[in-house]
Design a protein around this ligand. Structure first.
Ligand SMILES: Nc1ncnc2c1ncn2[C@@H]1O[C@H](COP(=O)(O)OP(=O)(O)O)[C@@H](O)[C@H]1O
Ligand SMILES: CCCC(=O)OP(=O)(O)O
Length: 362
């Protein structure tokens, strides 16, 4: 019997779970408001805050660290690597700590997992980090040779829900073409072509729809004019793209549940903004349909916003249902996918990869 602690730091939440083999023993989602996160200038500054959330969860659920077989964290911004289970190592931690490939809450998954695992001498892993890269080369062109489109998205959950949806359709993941729309603090829309994510927006970098805390694609010249106006620092500009964009900028909250309540109480501006977000997401679904030559077997809506069936899900259906049948997997299950990955590693059913390794996106 293996007992696994799962740590999943997202931009608006810390999700935690404890599994014994494939049985869920305990889980919790701790939400973090934009005000609560505002004092932390960098993601690395949130380390103690997030670690304390995890320690509190362990205390309250009555599970001692000594009783675990392994800890697995959500994998963050590393160099582009193939999917799979990776052991947390020193190079990985160094690159995550300094934010070498960018900043996102998921960077803390490996770091905290490793510290806690070291306390009791058990392995620390990550699986299918946000940098999983299966993109077709033609999708990497941005419009200028100095800028390359990158695959940074909710790889873990997108792959997990794509597999379970294909199964629900009575097919294997490799037999179908799906568009997966993960709607969390960030939003990614991936074109899954026969088991490979051949195109996806970079969920962290001004590419995609606006989201609860991100601006998505912005009018470039207006952004450049402001950036060179002398009124803004580089950090302030970056925060507008990630952290203080999207719903936070328009409605002063990263909480779509609050927006949902404001919409349902008849607040006109909140309704317009939330509908504009649905329209932008729909337009990206259309783009990914084109990437699949409009041969789409299904559109899968997942992440926190997929719980909102009366507004967001309804509007997305209105805009895109004609493309393909829509499947809704509210929230998704990143924690289960992580626990299963750790279990496969512990049982020796999957080779644990080491970081770095040869990059092979084939
Ligand atoms: N029942 C719900 N209805 C509408 N929005 C929700 C619901 N539950 C969560 N959300 C919203 O989903 C977003 C977070 O999604 P989630 O996938 O948990 O994100 P992350 O992992 O990025 O923190 C937040 O804006 C949150 O308010
Ligand atoms: C780094 C892309 C994944 C992402 O945006 O995650 P959150 O929605 O948890 O912020």
């Amino acid at each position: 019997m293996y007992k696994i602690l799962v740590i999943n730091p997202g931009s608006t939440s810390t999700k935690l779970a404890i599994y014994e083999d494939d049985k869920l023993l305990s889980k919790d989602t701790v939400r973090h408001s934009s005000e609560e996160l505002a004092p932390f200038e960098h993601i690395a500054d949130q380390y103690e805050f997030r670690k304390n959330v995890i320690k509190k969860f362990l205390e309250e659920s009555g599970h001692l660290l000594e009783t675990f077989s392994a800890i697995i964290g959500r994998g963050g911004l590393l160099r582009p690597i193939p999917g799979g289970v990776y052991a947390v190592n020193e190079l990985m931690k160094e690159e995550l700590r300094e934010g070498k490939y960018g900043e996102h809450a998921s960077n803390l998954g490996a770091l905290i997992a490793s510290e806690l695992a070291n306390e009791v001498g058990i392995p620390a892993y990550i699986a299918d980090p946000v940098v999983v890269d299966e993109m077709e080369d033609i999708a990497r062109f941005s419009g200028h040779p100095d800028y390359v489109r990158k695959s940074i998205f909710h790889a873990l959950n997108q792959k997990a829900v794509a597999r379970s949806t294909a199964k629900e359709m009575g097919k294997s993941y490799e037999e179908v073409n799906l568009i997966v729309v993960h709607m969390g603090g960030g939003i990614s829309i991936g074109a899954h072509k026969h088991g490979r994510v051949v195109d996806v927006n970079n969920a962290l970098d001004g590419d995609g729809p606006f989201t609860p805390e991100r601006a998505g694609t912005l009018p470039m010249t207006q952004v450049m004019d402001l950036a060179y106006s002398g009124k803004m620092t580089l950090d302030e500009m970056k925060k507008r793209i990630k952290g203080k964009g999207g719903l936070v900028a328009y409605l002063n909250t990263n909480d779509a549940l609050e927006v949902q309540k404001r919409v349902e109480s008849g607040e006109e501006y909140a309704t317009t903004i939330y509908k504009a977000m649905a329209l932008q997401i729909s337009k990206w679904i259309g783009k990914m349909a084109a990437a699949l030559n409009f041969e789409v077997d299904g559109i899968v809506l997942t992440g926190g916003l997929a719980y909102d069936k009366n507004n967001m899900v309804k509007w997305l259906k209105e805009h895109t249902e004609f493309i393909a049948p829509i499947y809704v997997v509210p929230g998704g299950d990143e924690e289960k996918a992580l626990a299963e990955a750790a279990l496969r590693a512990l049982k020796g059913e999957e080779e644990v990869k080491s970081y770095p390794q040869e990059v092979n996106n084939g």
